[in-house]
Ligand binder design. Structure first.
Ligand SMILES: [Ca+2]
Length: 347
């Protein structure tokens, strides 16, 4: 131990082990992160830079040291080391680097961060994102030519640090590879003019989203009352209809409203509420062209049908609207209300 002049214990020695890791990323740390984090990835250009440096590959030994000190054990396959030395407060992080795509084809990216969020850009094009915390991860697919691309990862953690996992695969592969296996070490970075780029009109999207055109997907949402993090309002328009991703709040009645950002001739709405095969929710849905005057199109105030994974479909005479507001009146299981997904259609 360490003692003061009166022999009182004031601390203890700690021993640190250092070993060399090949640098693979340049990092910039931004802070401070607001209490409770953000509900979606912030605009990094508006944040204050507090620190810069380089980070290395998450090799076996590094993973061993990381998992010795954190409560939640990280899977090493796909792990990206996001913790600069002795950075313990919640922070936002930008990682930049170069990645070598070995051959042309369809590439799929899977990003997971149980207590954070992340986006990957190749040049200016967003190729993958994880906009909601969770173990499941989000998937995007798009075409890449062979070449070395500059990339940038935006990440923040709010609760448990160092939990960014990125995997990728080609259409020919059955299994995902670790993103980092394709990352070029800083010592071998190519000159800017030798780097590949993605065409402006390329699309990197979740293949599941292309099944139907949901006017509400990724549109701005607002709610009447409180939210239980990490079940943010945005989860109700993220194209995941399952219980994994929804807006939750602890009281009722409460409403959620999506702004479609344009006027559409709406004639069908699908609502997915949390399901356990027993509980039922009561609700009504209104639409509005101006955000002031609302017309009711769905009345389920007397519903007793339990929620299931199939959701509820409501068709009605087409109405011109930009805003869709779902008011959750009650839940038979508890005072809270829970919307997994809102789908708005104009077919
Ligand atoms: Ca959802």
């Amino acid at each position: 131990g360490l003692f003061d002049e009166n022999d009182r214990l004031i601390g203890s020695y700690s021993q640190e082990a250092f070993y060399k890791i090949e640098p693979a990323y340049k990092y910039r740390v931004f802070g401070p992160v607001p209490r409770g984090g953000w509900s979606k990835i912030p605009e990094f250009s508006t944040l204050k830079e507090i620190r810069t440096g380089v980070l290395g590959y998450a090799d076996k030994e590094r993973m061993y040291h990381l998992n010795r000190v954190v409560f939640a054990k990280n899977p090493s396959h796909g792990h990206i080391d996001t913790q600069p030395y002795r950075q313990f407060n919640p922070f936002a992080l930008e990682l930049t680097g170069q990645i070598e795509i070995p051959k042309a084809g369809e590439y799929t990216f899977k990003i997971r961060s149980p207590f954070g969020m992340a986006k990957i850009y190749f040049g200016d094009k967003c190729v993958g994102k994880c906009n909601k915390p969770g173990r499941q991860g989000e998937i995007t697919t798009g075409h890449l030519e062979a070449g070395v691309y500059p990339f940038r990862i935006e990440y923040f953690y709010s609760m448990i640090m160092n939990q960014l996992n990125i995997q990728m695969k080609t259409a020919d592969d059955d299994t995902f590879e670790s993103f980092e296996e394709f990352v070029v070490p800083i010592s071998k970075w190519k000159h800017e003019r030798q780097l590949a780029s993605i065409p402006q009109d390329a699309v990197f999207a979740d293949p599941a989203r292309q099944k139907y055109l949901n006017l509400a997907t990724d549109k701005p949402v607002k709610v009447s009352g409180e939210t239980q993090p990490p079940n943010y309002p945005e989860n109700a328009v993220d194209a995941d209809v399952s219980n994994r991703s929804g807006w939750h709040c602890g009281s009722s009645p409460q409403w959620l409203e999506v702004d479609l950002e344009e006027h559409y001739s709406i004639n069908r709405i699908r609502l997915y509420t949390y399901y356990d095969g027993r509980r039922h929710y009561r609700y009504f849905i209104e639409v509005s062209a101006d955000g002031k005057n609302y017309a009711e199109v769905v009345d389920q105030r007397k519903n007793t049908t339990p929620s299931t994974e199939k959701g509820f479909e409501h068709s009605f005479k087409a109405v011109n609207a930009r805003y869709v507001r779902v008011t959750m009146v009650s839940n038979s299981a508890n005072p809270g209300v829970h919307i997994n997904e809102l789908i708005v259609l104009d077919d």
